[in-house]
Design a protein around this ligand. Sequence first.
Ligand code: LMR
Length: 332
Amino acid sequence: MQKTVFALAFAATLAMAGQALAQQPIVIKFSHVVAPDTPKGKGAERFRELGEKYTAGKVKIEVYPNSQLYKDKEEVEALQLGAVQMLAPSLAKFGPLGAKEFEVFDLPFIFPDKAALHKITQGQIGKDLLAKLQPKGITGLAYWDNGFKIMSANRPLKTPDDMLGLKMRIQSSKVLEAQMKAFGAVPQVMAFSEVYQALQTGVVDGTENPPSNMFTQKMHEVQKNATLTNHGYLGYAVIVNKKFWDGLPADVRTGLEKAMAEATVYANDIAQKENDDALAAMKKSGKTDFYTPTAAERKAWLDAAKSVHKEMASRVGKELIDTIYKATAVTN
Ligand code: LMR
C-alpha cells in the first residue's frame, strides 16, 4: 500500500516536472551596442513587447543594450555560436564577416536621401543581400534605419581640407577606411563602446556618427565641432541565428515575424525624429558648435568622396554600385 502511494506520488512529481519543463519559455537574447534611447534601442524594446505578446508567453525576449554582453564584432561571433539569438549590427559590420557587398552602404554620398536608400533596402537588392548571410549561419529579418552621419572633431571642419592628419574613429570597414583617407584623415578602427573615452583622452581626434549615437554616447561633451555633412548612411540589419530560427515551432516563428514586421515599421518611423531631437538637444547644450556647409563646401566633400566609389568598386561590386546609381538616379 505504502509502495503504491509512493509510486503515485513519484509519478505525479514527474508529470509536474515535465509540465514545468514544457512550459519553460524559449529565451531570445537580443544584444546591441547602442543606448536604449536610440532608434535601434527603441526598436528592440518594441520587438520585445510585441514578440512576447504574439507568442502568448511561449517566448521571453531579453534585450541587452550598450555593449553589456558583447562589443562590435564579438557580438556577431556570439550569434553564430548561439550565445545570443538576435542582433541588429550596423550594415558595415557584415563586411568583416566576408559579406563585402554590405559595405556598399558605407560609400559616402551614395544615397541622396532616405527615400533612395529605402528603394534598395526594401527592394530585391535588400533581399538578395540578406540571403548572402544564410551560409554564415545567419538569417536576416529586417532593415532598421538610424540616419545619416555627421563629422565631428575639435576643430571646425568646413571642407575635407580641414580633416588633414586628424585621427578619425571608424567602424571596421574598408570603405570607411578609404573614405577617411580620401578626406585626408587617418582612420582608426575601434569598437563603438570605446569611442567616448578615446575622444576624451585624445586617442582619436574625431569621429562620424548619426546625431542619435553622438548624443546618447555623450560624444558632444568631448567634441567641440561638428559639421552636418550627412555624408554617409548608418543603418542596421536585424539578424537571428539561423539554426535557432529554423528550429522554432511554426506558430512561434509566425508570431515573432509579425512582431518584427511591426517593430520595423515603428523603428523606421521614429528614426528621423530621434536624430532630429538628438541634434536639437546637443545644440541646446552648447558644448559642440554645429556647422552647415555652404553649397561650395558641400561640393568639396562630394568631390573628395567620388574617388572612394571607384576605388571600392572591385571590393563591393561594380554592378551593385551601378544598380544603386540607377535605382536612385544618381549620376557619379
Ligand atoms: C558604430 O559602431 O559607430 C555604430 O555601428 C554603432 C551602432 O550600432 O549604431
